[in-house]
Design a protein around this ligand. Sequence first.
Ligand code: NAP
Length: 253
Amino acid sequence: MAVSDISLPLVDQVAVVTGASRGIGRATALTLAEQGATVVVNYARSSQAADEVVAKVEAMGRSAIALQADVSQEDQVDTLFKTVIEKYGRVDVLVNNAGITRDTLLMRMKPEDWNAVISLNLTGVFLCIKAVTKPMLKQRSGRIINVASVVGLMGNPGQANYSAAKAGILGLTKTVAKELSSRGVTVNAIAPGFIATDMTEDVATDEIIKHIPLGRLGTVDEVAGLIRFLAADPAAAYITGQTINVDGGMVMA
Ligand code: NAP
């Protein structure tokens, strides 16, 4: 298979996508399943939406399971991955996608707003990575893809908590990439710009669109396509510790 072929099947691979009931996570679960993966659809509250993702995957002739877990909670993360390992015996791809916002200017930001966002968007990523480290090291293979954001690179008024968590993901990604590289596990971050989902429903103003060179919001499929590429073997096998933007040109290094 040519290295340039990014549509490599993920047959026999098990992919866990956190926050896969809606938005980018949902699109990611579906595209990984299209590539042949068995998909674990993690969700926090939207059980019906998660079941619908599972039904869509099964309609493709692939396997999926919906597993509820608040991934900011260590005990729930442990139970989630214990269930995955008991059922499938492996984890090949982890997509740390679950995330929330609690936007307000720093002056008004309550410690609860700070802690809620850091707990899920950063500590949750740490907890899930820690949970897959053992099985991936044992397998001597694995792909970890962390969903960061352009605001982790450039900051954004009203998002001190969110941008700190997303910037934290970038440092975490580089460190874990170095720690796991000798065992064939790659760890990368992606930095989406403004993507049309429930999260951006109220913030996607004309003013924001003016700052996007491609002149529009991104789609969940455009983000999922990058994640699918990073999960693919051998296409992305030599990429680790990187942050890859999918942002319509908002940030140009
Ligand atoms: P979204 O549409 O609001 O979906 C968020 C997902 O996260 C839902 O499936 C939700 O599940 C899940 N979730 C929330 N709290 C959770 C928890 N404690 N444990 C497990 N899952 C939880 O968001 P999105 O726009 O797709 O964003 C997905 C990721 O992309 C986030 O990390 C976000 O920061 C990042 N991102 C988004 C954009 C954008 O423009 N949309 C840009 C850059 C980065 P339930 O419905 O079950 O609660």
